[in-house]
Ligand binder design. Structure first.
Ligand SMILES: NC(=O)c1ccc[n+]([C@@H]2O[C@H](COP(=O)([O-])OP(=O)(O)OC[C@H]3O[C@@H](n4cnc5c(N)ncnc54)[C@H](OP(=O)(O)O)[C@@H]3O)[C@@H](O)[C@H]2O)c1
Length: 243
């Protein structure tokens, strides 16, 4: 059976993606790092709505944790593989660069870029043989396109993810695997709850923050058969807040 793996799938945008993919009939594996309560609630909600979901807790930036978790999953699912990977786990540790400490830099870069690398390299091994095909969707950010002050770490990570998306798309296109990035603007989640919404919303032509479900709808399209000819793209979803 084909599964979808959504990193950071327990809250915010990832949770909406898990719900949407399960409504499309796909069993989802919800990865998260530490918040067990939110993860269990998301998993239960999907099941209550008639979908299939399971939890897989690991830190995407830790190669050993990634490998251990996926080895166990594969042992328990000998006939299954992941045909959809959504690299969604991400973090912000905002600071101006001259005050930024090593952990603020390393944690943000590593969660986005090492997370992408460890998961994608591993799951591609199951998508590529016999042109089974697959969908890889990387959640980047407006910050990775425009650059935002106070976010050198986050902008660098998200811009790096766009470069990787474009390179990998060309490597695996002939195997039926598409690789695309989504660059959201301001979306209402825990990640943006400390921002000054009143001021920021004035910058958004549509006049509001986006909803996680609006990002999930775009993921659903990119996962669908109709999107088979779209690869190496970066799709903005930002209410008109362009560079
Ligand atoms: N919200 C926005 O406005 C916005 C805009 C542009 C891009 N994005 C991007 O969209 C993605 C989702 O953002 P969000 O707003 O939904 O974030 P969020 O509400 O803060 O949720 C983050 C999720 O990622 C998980 N996570 C964080 N670090 C992880 C790690 N090292 N390993 C495994 N899981 C990890 C968290 O797990 P725990 O629950 O265990 O902590 C949680 O499930 C991120 O990549 C973010 O950069 C968001």
């Amino acid at each position: 059976m084909k599964y979808a793996l959504v990193t950071g799938g327990s809250r915010g945008i990832g949770k909406a993606i898990c719900l949407k993919l399960s409504q499309m009939g796909m069993p989802v594996v919800i990865n998260y790092q530490s918040n067990d309560k939110s993860a269990q609630e998301t998993c239960e909600l999907i099941k209550q709505l008639g979908g299939a979901a399971e939890l897989l807790k690991f830190d995407v930036s830790d190669k050993e944790q990634v490998d251990n978790a996926l080895n166990t999953w594969e042992d328990n699912h000998p006939d299954d593989y992941f045909s959809v990977l959504v690299n969604n786990a991400g973090k912000r540790h905002d600071n101006v660069l001259f005050m930024m400490d090593d952990s603020e830099w390393n944690d943000v870069i590593s969660t986005t870029l090492n997370g992408f690398f460890y998961l994608t390299r591993r799951l591609l091994k199951h998508m590529m043989p016999r042109r089974r095909g697959g969908r890889i969707i990387n959640i980047s950010s407006l910050s990775g396109i425009k650059g935002l002050p106070g976010q050198c770490n986050y902008s660098a990570a998200k811009a790096g993810l766009i470069g990787a998306t474009k390179a990998l798309a060309q490597e695996v296109a002939s195997r039926g695997v598409t690789v695309n990035a989504i660059a959201p603007g301001f979306i209402e989640t825990d990640m943006t709850k400390d921002l000054s919404k009143e001021d920021l919303v004035k910058l958004v032509p549509v006049g509001r923050f986006g909803k996680p479900e609006e990002v999930a709808a775009l993921v659903a399209f990119l996962v669908s058969d109709e999107a088979a000819y779209i690869t190496g793209e970066v799709i903005n979803i930002n209410g008109g807040l362009h560079t």
